[in-house]
Write a protein that binds this ligand. Structure first.
Ligand SMILES: [Zn+2]
Length: 67
């Protein structure tokens, strides 16, 4: 059963991300979705650079629900 939250006002928060170091590739992933301690780009397999981005908070669906 779904319980859907109504997203009225989503305030972006500074979120840790990893961005692809290849200039022609704009791929980035959230830190909680990275594929290892030194993640590689899922698209072009380049190294990724640690950074941050203002993003609306989302829950990682792979993590168990905390009620
Ligand atoms: Zn890439």
């Amino acid at each position: 059963m779904f319980h859907r939250k109504v997203a009225e006002e989503i305030i972006p928060v500074e979120t840790k991300i990893w961005s692809c170091m290849d200039d022609s590739c704009n791929t980035w992933v959230r830190d909680n979705f990275k594929n290892g301690d030194s993640p590689t780009c899922p698209i072009c397999k380049s190294e990724m650079n640690e950074g941050s981005k203002l993003l609306p908070p989302i829950e990682n669906p792979l993590q168990s629900e905390i009620e």
